[in-house]
Design a protein around this ligand. Structure first.
Ligand code: ZN
Length: 90
């Protein structure tokens, strides 16, 4: 299976592609976050401030399996490579 190439920026926390305005999280002043999606970031704060990179990697792998129908081994491999490169985890 080929990875789709999503358009637009990725959430710098979970890696979700943000193609639509409503995919973006919100800043404290009500503006849109340019870095994070609405699952990860609301009103200027992370929705799960305590989550570790390992936990996020697990969540993303689960999401790829459930939503994209990706084989588990591949999903784990992709999230392990992709998530640590995002800004939140630097
Ligand atoms: Zn996100």
């Amino acid at each position: 299976m080929e990875m789709k190439k999503p358009q637009g920026p990725f959430c710098q926390s979970c890696g979700m592609p943000m193609g639509r305005p409503e995919d973006f999280g919100t800043e404290a002043d009500g503006g849109k976050s340019k870095d994070y999606c609405h699952y990860c970031f609301e009103k200027g704060k992370f929705t799960e401030p305590e989550i570790t990179m390992e936990q996020m990697t697990g969540k993303v792998a689960y999401f790829l399996v459930k939503m994209e129908g990706m084989p588990e081994a591949m999903a784990k491999e992709i999230s392990k490579t992709f998530i640590p490169r995002l800004k939140r985890w630097q």
